[in-house]
Design a protein around this ligand. Structure first.
Ligand SMILES: *[C@@H]1O[C@H](CO)[C@@H](O)[C@H](O)[C@H]1NC(C)=O
Ligand SMILES: CC(=O)N[C@H]1CO[C@H](CO)[C@@H](O)[C@@H]1O
Length: 353
């Protein structure tokens, strides 16, 4: 009885609202293809000597095949490609990009570019640090980080599908204005290398938390970062959000969609300040609670696509099915099966189902 009343009510609602198409949707949707960051820890140390090397991990996982699948079967169009700073320069801080290591990473980048994706995000996955010390605040100089980006921008900047993610998850940064100055130097280096219109993603403190972006002062500090011509065109705020009980992304159950405390206030700030943001990490377990909250969250981003340009889930690539936040599809012959969270939310929200 109750069910039939409900059914009638939703039918009426459907009829009344169906003529209004969804006004907006984010431009970029996809996942992280992790692997070249494996061995990196939150103090910015990245081991290059483990038994499995980054390249073996992504090759073994058929990371390029995964991207082709995500584009062809799921219509996703964006991949974030984390890589350790140490790997890029083969442990020589301040040195040139190592041709052998860059060659290996480049196969992932070229795989992204040729997959049909419209955005491939290069992400230096070092938590604003190198071997325990913060860039520009006791650790590497701003010039050393800017030089790595200059070299990467020289290589990739002519390709408009490439975006530059300045740094993964800065945290416990004592001086946020000094960090913004670091980011400013990187932006000048990237633009100066000829990457004049590629998207550059600007990361705040607190592990790039969407929730603390405004209250922590990251938003105000990073808002001052400009292009060489003093505009902020294509300088995009980079945020992360996990939906488990402590926002750590280490639990398989989710407790919150984090709209009211994170994405709504952030959207207000973005509109007021005429800026855009991208959610480059979000994830949860392959559980019913995460399906609910993740779908709600991504739906909200789609409904606010005037300020949110996209999202990439964490993570596919080298992760095994035992990883709490695994989004790696499984391959059987020429067919692929997505995890339930990818299918229902990462793809579902994108397709509008
Ligand atoms: C950018 O702003 C600075 C400081 O206000 C000014 O000196 C400089 O001329 C400006 N550059 C351009 C290209 O407008
Ligand atoms: C939504 C909210 O209140 N924020 C929560 C976001 O998720 C983290 C993890 O749940 C919680 O700690 C926050 O309280």
């Amino acid at each position: 009885m109750k069910a039939s009343v409900l059914a009638f009510t939703s039918f009426a609602t459907f009829v009344a609202s169906s003529p209004t198409p969804r006004a907006t949707k984010v431009q970029y949707a996809g996942v992280n293809i992790a692997g070249f960051d494996f061995g990196c820890t939150t103090d910015g140390s990245c081991s290059l000597t483990g038994t499995s090397k980054p390249y073996d991990i992504v090759t073994g996982a058929n990371a390029v095949g995964q991207m082709n699948h995500f584009v062809k079967d799921d219509t996703l169009n964006t991949f974030r490609l984390p890589v350790g700073w140490q790997f890029l320069v083969n442990g020589q801080l301040g040195g040139q990009l190592n041709p052998n290591n860059l060659g290996q990473y480049d196969r992932l980048v070229q795989g992204c570019l040729s997959s049909g994706a419209v955005l491939c995000i290069i992400d230096i996955h070092n938590y604003a640090r190198y071997n325990g010390k913060i860039v520009g605040q006791g650790g590497p100089t701003n010039a050393q980080l800017a030089d790595v980006w200059k070299q990467l921008a020289t290589k990739y900047g002519k390709q408009s599908k490439i975006a530059f993610g300045v740094m993964n998850e800065p945290h416990d940064i004592p001086d946020i204005k000094a960090w913004a100055a670091t980011v400013q130097e990187v932006v000048i280096a990237i633009r100066g290398a000829g990457a004049t219109s590629n998207l550059i993603l600007l990361p705040g403190n607190g592990y790039t938390s969407a929730e603390s972006f405004v209250p922590s002062g990251s938003a105000a500090a990073l808002a001052a970062v400009t292009n060489p011509d003093n505009t902020t065109t294509n300088l995009i705020m980079d945020v992360h959000k996990y939906l488990d009980s402590d926002n750590s992304g280490t639990h398989t159950e989710c407790v919150k969609d984090n709209i009211s405390n994170a994405f709504q206030p952030l959207a207000d700030w973005l509109r007021t300040n005429k800026r855009l943001a991208i959610l480059t990490e979000t994830g949860g377990g392959n559980t019913a609670s995460c399906q609910k909250y993740m779908c709600d969250q991504l739906k909200y981003l789609n409904q606010n696509a005037d300020v949110y340009i996209g999202y990439t889930g964490w993570a596919a690539g080298g992760f095994a099915s035992t990883y709490e936040l695994n989004e790696t599809p499984t391959q059987s012959g020429s067919s692929w099966t997505d995890t339930s969270l990818v299918k229902s939310c990462i793809v579902g929200a994108w397709k509008g189902v």
